[in-house]
Design a protein around this ligand. Structure first.
Ligand SMILES: Nc1c(NC[C@H](O)[C@H](O)[C@H](O)CO)[nH]c(=O)[nH]c1=O
Ligand SMILES: CC(=O)[C@@H](O)COP(=O)(O)O
Length: 139
């Protein structure tokens, strides 16, 4: 049994609830514990994981968020930089699954957040577990 922290950017409540539900279900199904930490937006997720990882309290992290394209270049910044930050932490050896949706509209987000459909929260949790398992074997 390992301990995972789900770091969620609570930007769209209903979509977040669905993604977190999928992540928690996948972690529980694999026999792992999970807690949830909420941050304002996807750009805060990598920094939050970096801070909490210093404490060594968790074995892995699941990043959860939703970025929906608006009218400006902001979408590219939030989508790209959150992924870049998470990737950098992954290369530092932190087990992370990236469940930040980067979509054109709410319909796309709903299909991906729903755990009976694309279940991207559950998928990210399974990726975090896979990276944790890899660390346990080779780390
Ligand atoms: N537009 C979205 C954001 N934007 C907010 C940023 O993530 C950040 O919180 C702000 O710039 C302060 O640093 N965040 C999302 O998670 N989703 C969006 O669609
Ligand atoms: C992430 C986004 O693109 C969105 O939330 C921001 O919208 P806008 O570009 O219309 O300010």
């Amino acid at each position: 049994m390992a301990r995972f922290l789900i770091v969620e950017a609570r930007f769209y409540d209903h979509l977040n609830d669905m993604l977190v539900d999928g992540a928690r279900s996948a972690l529980a199904a694999a026999g792992h514990e999970s807690e949830v930490l909420t941050v304002p937006g996807a750009l805060e997720i990598p920094g939050a994981i970096a801070i909490v990882a210093e404490s060594s309290q968790y074995d892995g992290f699941v990043a959860i968020g939703v970025v929906i394209r608006g009218e400006t270049y902001h979408f590219e910044i939030v989508a790209g930089e959150s992924a870049r930050g998470i990737m950098a932490l992954t290369m530092d050896g932190i087990a992370i699954g990236n469940g930040i949706l980067t979509v054109e509209n709410e319909e796309q987000a709903l299909a991906r957040a729903d755990k009976t459909r694309k279940d991207k929260g559950g998928e990210a949790a399974k990726a975090a577990i896979a990276m944790f398992d890899l660390q346990a074997k080779y780390g």
